[in-house]
Design a protein around this ligand. Structure first.
Ligand code: GDP
Ligand code: IMO
Ligand code: MG
Length: 426
């Protein structure tokens, strides 16, 4: 099992941090391949509570090399703060490596993220305002600054000056915001370089050589499939490839090395930010899921929208990611419900639809067709094997497996690393 990819199968916050931390000890490298500090990955083990935004969730293990891949966007200040926080808690970041090709988030990216959301008014995307979208825009426009540029100060300065001609014009003339001084930004980023310079390297060769030598590499996705720039609910998405393909482009790893793709999905569904959500519950059951599941964003603290499990979405994500395994998290959150609903299809203008609608308008019009099942009304938090789960909880897991057409290999019944049931080992 040389290369395993983990992705979010819904709209993010499925428990990717917990599962990455759980499996990381079996791997030599844990690599983030997209996104930036828009992510908030929670890792809990006993008294240890980590909220990671940029640093891979395998950082707790001394034998694991955490890598930030070329597909990520990195705010060096955030990276340094996160390293400081971990080190203050006794977790070493010495082994951390950052791809020289990762794009940098610059101060104007953050300013533009906020300004464009303000301009959108009630049509806003609800971004995390961390500069993610504008940084990826610069990458695709071929004007972005990469982390590796910090190692060549003259080249960095030249590119920075050229980029600020354009960015300052946009800031000042379009948004009426102040521009940036190239000298000041240069000095600031050279200060960052002093701290992180030694971590910057060619991670593409590193990861491929590791795989060729039979080392085990874990690819940790951020966000979720429905936030994917191509395959998500566009335009209410993030700006990167959150699906399994992103693990290849975002690290340069040869596709032949990947043999398992693990999709993380909650036993219900949440979303942060704007956009359609057919199974959303704006009632007391929605409130119950939010309270019981502690559904508040790790990055922005925003309340997450909650709803029933959506089988149409899981079938879609199983396809576009080529899932080989599913991990079902937060099953325990459903413990106190007498009846549980699973969406098995949509009703769109009187027609039954079992695949994800191709247009956002059709998706917005989708009315869920539910199957109702009996709850189990007992705590699952202490269950450590599938057989220990109450019969109705077992049936719920099996039903999701049947809908997805993919085996459920892991079930999580609480936030702690140990509150996990492994059905098919990794
Ligand atoms: P990520 O972004 O996918 O890593 O997920 P987040 O960390 O943003 O959100 C998941 C939240 O659910 C965190 O607070 C986790 O500690 C918590 N969590 C993960 N798995 C479980 C579980 O099985 N049961 C419960 N009750 N909480 C869980
Ligand atoms: P993790 O990795 C949930 C959402 C934002 C917004 C949209 C675009 O913790 O699952 P962006 O700042 O990326 O341009 O915002 O994407 N979003 C997330 N939602 N979990 C995340 O990450 C998210 N990262 C971004 O709320 O709707
Ligand atoms: Mg999260």
């Amino acid at each position: 099992m040389p290369g395993t990819v983990l992705i979010g199968a819904q709209w993010g916050d499925e428990g990717k941090g917990k599962i990455t931390d759980l499996l990381a000890s079996e791997f030599d490298y844990v690599v983030r391949f997209q996104g930036g500090n828009n992510a908030g990955h929670t890792v809990i083990h006993g008294d240890r509570h980590l909220a990671l935004h940029l640093i891979p969730s395998g950082v707790m293990y001394e034998d694991v090399v955490p890598v930030i891949g070329n597909g990520c966007v990195v705010d060096p200040r955030v990276l340094i703060d996160e390293m400081d926080g971990l080190e203050a808690g006794g977790i070493s970041c010495e082994r951390l490596l950052v791809s020289s090709h990762a794009q940098m988030i610059m101060p104007w990216h953050i300013a533009l993220d906020g300004a464009s959301e303000t301009l959108l008014g009630d049509k806003l995307i609800g971004t995390t305002k961390r500069g993610i979208g504008p940084s990826y825009e610069s990458k695709v426009a071929r004007s972005g600054l990469r982390i590796g540029d910090l190692l060549e100060p003259d080249y960095f300065r030249e590119r920075l000056e050229a980029e600020l001609v354009v960015q300052n014009a946009i800031l000042e003339k379009v948004y009426g915001l102040p521009g940036y001084d190239a000298g000041e930004v240069f000095d600031l980023y050279m200060g960052y370089a002093e701290r992180i310079g030694s971590m910057i390297c060619d991670t593409v060769t590193l990861v491929n050589v590791a795989l060729e030598q039979g080392k085990r590499v874990f690819f940790e996705g951020a966000q979720g499939t429905l936030l994917d720039i191509d395959h998500g609910t566009y335009p209410f998405v993030t700006s990167s490839t959150t699906t399994a393909g992103g693990a290849i482009t975002g690290t340069g790893a040869g596709i032949k090395h990947i043999d398992r793709v693990l999709g993380i999905t909650k036993a219900y569904l949440t979303r942060v930010g704007s956009g359609p959500f057919p199974t959303e519950l704006n009632d007391e059951t929605g409130e119950f899921l939010g309270t019981e599941g502690a559904e508040f964003g790790v990055t922005t603290g925003r309340k997450r929208r909650c709803g029933w499990f959506d089988g149409v979405i899981i079938k879609y994500t199983a396809r576009v990611n080529g899932l080989t395994d599913i991990c079902l998290t937060k099953l325990d959150v459903l413990d106190k419900l007498e009846k549980i609903k699973i969406c098995v299809a949509y009703d769109i203008d009187g027609k039954r639809v079992e695949t994800l609608p191709d247009s956002l308008n059709a998706f917005s019009a989708a009315v869920p067709v539910y199957e109702e099942v009996d709850g189990w009304l007992e705590s699952t938090a202490a269950c450590r094997s599938f057989e220990e789960l109450p019969a109705n909880a077992q049936a719920y897991v099996r039903r999701i497996e049947e809908i997805a057409g993919v085996p459920v290999s892991i079930v999580a019944v609480g936030p702690d690393r140990d509150q996990t049931i492994i059905i098919n080992p990794f």
